[in-house]
Design a protein around this ligand. Structure first.
Ligand code: AMP
Length: 548
């Protein structure tokens, strides 16, 4: 091999904010704050505070590789944490506040977090969970001195207090680009959530690949509002992309209802919004009430679940908003595919393009796709063959953090990652997700484990067997339906079953309905065939819908 003679400089996350401070000093980050009111500053001012925060972290004893957790909404302090933590070589562990308390405890302990930064909203939660956190020794409330509680957590530190005592000057340490920079846990089908540990290199490559695949989404002067949370899958890389491309970044805080999002988009002139389909329903309602969209809004990037054709059509036809559909996973940093038009498709009328946008997209640069059928053979990319979708690339997990069992199960002998999604790939590269092998229901962008609900239901006397599947729902995309088989001679009622479940699982996990059947369909290997069940109940009307 003849080695290239170029400088071997590491790709580090810290370089992104330095670039933005240098090249786009006054482009703004605008936040709807948890305390109330709007906060705004430019990338240069942000970099200064990130320097202060990094010095504070070093002062608190945070070392390279340490996991520093966040429990926070989309706001400027969360953005600062992304950079300050990664900048000093530590790992920003974003915890999803929508998980159950027990899962949060598991995650924080499994990650061995040393420090927790949290928004005011989560003060009561953290007070409750603190005794169960085994490794966290420093708690920082992400607020100013005026909002600090008089008592509660002993030794609780104040974010603004810490920053005010520190110098903004910091020269970022240089280290191997493969050093971890962020950690995010994803819910599993069974068992506990699994940690995806991103590296500085993978994070920057994902950022570059996304920009390279759809440069138009980030052309200068764009104003992007991520509804997708910073605590989930790196907010689809936006905290890195916006500073790198000089986009104005609008962080919506805790309130994500239609009227609040509309007002923020209107006043800040957002031209693009990113988020799961469920959030756009509320926003579209607001468009209807106001008789128009926010003045500059012209693009919505949606993914996390299939984006319904009707939603794409409404946004395109009635509001002249282009929908870009993305598919991906936490394990993929997260983008795998997104709407990418060929020149001839770009020329199609908007409603024709809208049809193409309902597909899950074409692969992002850097992501390879293959489908594997039930016999383990590679399926053709002909739009006919379907099978489990496997992916490969430098922005995709090679294994889960400290979880060899889970890693073994999902990486095949050729080193590809099994997504648990069932897909077809068309000759011209469009991906279609047609089903999933993983036993999960995705409601409003959050996972519900079918198996957890089934286990809870089976505790109900009089049930011989049961299965939980997701059925279509207009707002939440899908909701759980419990399909149950009565034990011989028993007559359990729907109300009794829901009563038992109500004491075991959270309200948002509860099945929307219970249907009794004589027998469940089985596969050749004796497992319940969820595929057949899903097909049987594909058009099932949940009670609320039937009434509505
Ligand atoms: P998460 O890691 O929580 O972001 O979930 C990733 C999973 O969400 C994927 O494996 C799919 O099952 C589902 N998903 C994400 N985006 C889409 C999409 N555009 N269409 C269908 N399913 C999707």
């Amino acid at each position: 091999m003849l080695r290239g003679m170029m400088m071997d400089r590491p790709l580090l996350v810290s370089s992104v904010i330095d670039y933005a401070a240098d090249v786009y000093p006054d482009v703004e980050i605008v936040s709807n704050t948890v305390e109330g009111g709007i906060h705004r500053y430019g990338y240069k001012a942000s970099r200064e505070r990130i320097g202060r925060l990094a010095n504070a972290l070093i002062g608190l004893g945070v070392k390279p590789g340490d996991r520093v957790a966040t429990l926070a909404w989309n706001g400027y302090r969360h953005f600062e944490l992304y950079y300050a933590i990664a900048g000093i070589g530590a790992v920003c562990h974003t915890i999803n506040p929508r998980l159950f308390p027990e899962q949060m405890t598991y995650i924080a302990n499994h990650a061995e977090d040393t420090t927790l930064f949290f928004d005011l909203t989560f003060l009561p939660l953290v007070e409750k969970l603190k005794p169960s956190f085994k490794t966290i020794n420093t708690y920082v409330l992400m607020t100013d001195r005026e909002h600090m509680p008089a008592n509660g957590i002993a030794g609780l530190l104040c974010y603004e207090g810490l920053l005010s005592e520190m110098s903004p000057d910091i020269v970022w340490p240089e280290f191997d680009e493969n050093a971890a920079c962020a950690l995010c846990y994803t819910s599993g089908t069974t068992g506990e959530p699994k940690g995806v540990l991103y590296s500085n290199r993978s994070m920057l490559l994902h950022t570059f690949f996304l920009i390279a695949t759809r440069p138009d989404l980030f052309a200068h002067n764009r104003t992007i509002l991520p509804v997708v949370p910073l605590f989930h899958a790196n907010a689809w890389s936006l905290p890195y992309i916006t500073p790198l491309t000089g986009c104005k970044f609008i962080l919506p805080g805790a309130k994500l209802d239609g009227p609040t999002l509309y007002d923020l988009m209107e006043t800040e002139g957002a031209d693009a919004g990113w988020g799961v389909p469920t959030v756009w329903l509320g926003l579209i309602d607001e468009f209807k009430k106001k008789g128009r969209k926010p003045r500059n809004l012209r693009q919505i990037l949606s993914g996390g679940s299939a984006v319904p054709q009707a939603m794409i059509d409404t946004l395109t036809r009635d509001y002249d908003i282009e929908v870009t559909h993305g598919w991906g996973m936490t394990e993929m940093s997260p983008v795998g595919t997104l709407t990418v038009f060929r020149p001839e498709e770009q020329k199609l009328p908007p409603m024709e393009r809208a049809k193409l946008s309902a597909k899950q997209g074409r692969r992002m640069f850097g992501v390879d796709l293959k489908i594997i059928d039930e016999q383990g053979n590679r399926g053709a990319h002909d739009g006919e063959a379907s099978g489990e979708l496997f992916v490969r690339g430098s922005t995709i997990v090679s294994g889960y953090f400290n979880n060899e069992d889970a890693s073994r199960k999902q990486i095949d002998s050729e080193g590809w990652f099994g997504t648990g999604d069932v897909a077809k790939i068309q000759k011209d590269g469009w991906l279609l997700i047609v089903d999933r092998t993983k036993d999960l229901v995705k409601s409003g962008g959050e996972w519900i484990s079918s198996i957890d609900v089934e286990n809870a239901a089976l505790a109900c006397k009089g049930l011989a067997n049961c299965a939980v599947i997701g059925v279509p729902h207009p707002k939440w995309h899908e909701r759980p339906l419990l399909v149950a088989v009565k034990a011989p001679g028993a007559e359990p009622t729907k109300a009794e079953i829901l009563d038992v479940l109500g004491s075991k699982i959270a309200k948002w996990q509860m099945p929307d309905d219970v249907v009794f059947v004589d027998a469940l369909p089985m596969t050749a290997t004796g497992k319940i065939s969820k595929k057949d069940l899903r097909a049987k109940f594909a058009d099932y009307q949940l009670p609320e819908q039937a009434q509505g």
